[in-house]
Design a protein around this ligand. Structure first.
Ligand SMILES: [Zn+2]
Length: 59
């Protein structure tokens, strides 16, 4: 079963709970909170969006 969602950082199609090939964000599914880092990401989603917009590495 392959559930694709949009990457919350860059908007690319990505598997649920998978790492985005485009930006490197690992999404936590559709209920992801903007401000709490979850799972393997060291950044919060807000920080990751800023980093992506500035062309910085997401981790
Ligand atoms: Zn992405």
């Amino acid at each position: 079963m392959n559930l694709k969602i949009k990457c919350p950082v860059c908007g690319e199609s990505v598997d649920k709970f998978d790492i985005c090939d485009n930006c490197g964000w690992q999404n936590s599914g559709p209920d992801e909170k903007e401000t709490d880092p979850k799972g393997p990401n060291k950044m919060s989603l807000n920080e990751a969006k800023i980093a992506y917009n500035e062309g910085k590495e997401i981790n």
